[in-house]
Write a new protein. Structure first.
Length: 177
């Protein structure tokens, strides 16, 4: 995949993750970079356009670092893939944390028709320690009745049993698997 294709893909994913229902435009990306990463963090829309259209085959190191930070990808991702490279090959060196984050972001795209679930998956992926979030969720689910009590306290409208989700539980209130 060429660098320009990767930037277009990342804008598309970011637009989806931000609930736009469409790719983030180049101008939106430039503005959001400035807003979220600070005034010194900027590239121009024309620079992005040149990269995406192949007129500029390489980025400066500072631009690569800035976009990598914004899109939460490794800076090494933001280069042309070598001839014969296959995206489906994965490295054993990827961290568990990174694998969980990628899995969550892919899941958020699959559940785009359920904005609440998609949003929660994105929030979890953006957490600094995603693995810890899952361990916490596991502990909550292992504690009889805690999930229901927390839901009642934090999201009473869902705890009221609006009929959207069926729960199979045993007499102790534990979920049946």
């Amino acid at each position: 995949m060429k660098l320009g294709e990767k930037i277009r893909y990342l804008r598309e994913v970011e637009g989806s993750l931000r609930g736009l229902g469409r790719p983030m435009t180049q101008l939106e990306l430039v503005r959001t970079l400035r807003e979220e990463l600070g005034k010194g963090s900027s590239i121009s829309q024309s620079y992005l356009s040149q990269i995406e259209n192949g007129a500029r085959p390489h980025m400066t190191q500072s631009s690569r670092a800035l976009l990598a930070k914004f899109f939460k990808v490794h800076p090494g991702f933001l280069v042309d893939d070598p001839e014969g490279y296959h995206a489906e090959l994965t490295s054993d060196l990827r961290t568990t944390e990174g694998q969980i984050d990628v899995w969550l972001l892919q899941g958020s795209e699959k559940f785009a028709n359920d904005p609440e679930v998609s949003d929660v998956l994105i929030k979890a992926a953006r957490e600094k320690d995603t693995r810890r979030c899952f361990l916490l969720l596991g502990a909550i689910l292992d504690t009889p009745g805690l999930a229901d009590r927390l839901l009642e306290a934090l999201r009473p409208e869902l705890a009221a049993g609006n009929g959207n989700h069926r729960r199979d539980t045993n007499a102790e209130g534990r979920r049946i698997r």
